[in-house]
Write a protein that binds this ligand. Structure first.
Ligand code: DX5
Ligand code: ZN
Length: 220
């Protein structure tokens, strides 16, 4: 499967977001990763739906929406997304996650299921038919600048094995959190396909984004 880059917008210069997006277009990133947080599912509040819709209007890069909110089904209709975009919801955030995944897919939008570091892979075993992507969190969600959790490689490899055995060898695995070039290389070898790039790689103060993206791709 092709290895893809998803640029974490919460790590961009939000005072120059338009400029950041055009730099990311030049860098040829494959997705824009927008972290939506409610201050309850995670102890942080970042980007909102008005910003999602504003970004959607200024670029053709598909959006990769990471919903770190409780009961995300309440908000699916607040975003003007299309078939190229992904909405990723957390298993831990919704007692009816199957219904929420179906709600996303019924709108013709790709659905991703995110698992926190401690959440067992078995949680997705009966949901894979409602998923277009599995997001393996490699840090506890909510903040940029954290360190990879100890089981990240082992869990990513086990996720790839499980999805293959369930007949979903073509389902991409996304990894999110402290994806430096070195961690990206290791996780790519474990089976990761989509890499959320934030302060650990793409948004390094002063580094040209196109160069940073090229440097990252070079190690995969
Ligand atoms: C974490 C966020 C990320 C990411 C940022 O909840 O979802 O977007 O961690 O990248 P890093 O970890 O490299 O700063
Ligand atoms: Zn994220």
């Amino acid at each position: 499967m092709k290895k893809l880059i998803s640029a974490s917008i919460m790590c961009a210069d939000l005072t120059q977001l338009g400029e950041s997006v055009s730099q990311l277009e030049k860098a040829n990133v494959d997705y824009l990763h927008l972290d939506i947080m409610d201050g309850s599912f995670v102890p942080n509040i970042t980007l909102g739906f008005d910003l999602v819709n504003a970004v959607k209007k200024i670029t053709d890069i598909p959006l990769d929406i990471h919903m770190m909110v409780n009961e995300p089904g309440r908000f699916i209709d607040r975003m003007n997304l299309d078939k190229n975009d992904i909405i990723c919801v957390h298993y831990e955030s919704d007692i009816h996650i199957h219904r929420t995944l179906s709600q996303i897919k019924d709108k013709g939008i790709k659905a991703g299921l995110a698992l926190n570091p401690q959440t067992p892979l078995e949680s997705m075993e009966y949901l894979t038919d409602y998923m277009d992507m599995a997001l393996i969190m490699t840090v506890s969600p909510g903040f940029a600048g954290q360190k990879l959790f100890a089981g990240a490689e082992r869990k990513t490899a086990a996720a790839r094995k499980m999805l293959n055995e369930l007949g979903h060898a073509d389902m991409p695995i996304e990894v999110d959190g402290n994806i430096s070039p070195e961690n990206g290389r290791k996780l790519s070898r474990c089976g990761a396909d989509i890499f959320v790039l934030g302060t650990s790689s793409l948004f390094n103060k002063g580094k040209d984004m196109t160069q940073a993206a090229e440097d990252f791709r070079a190690v995969l």
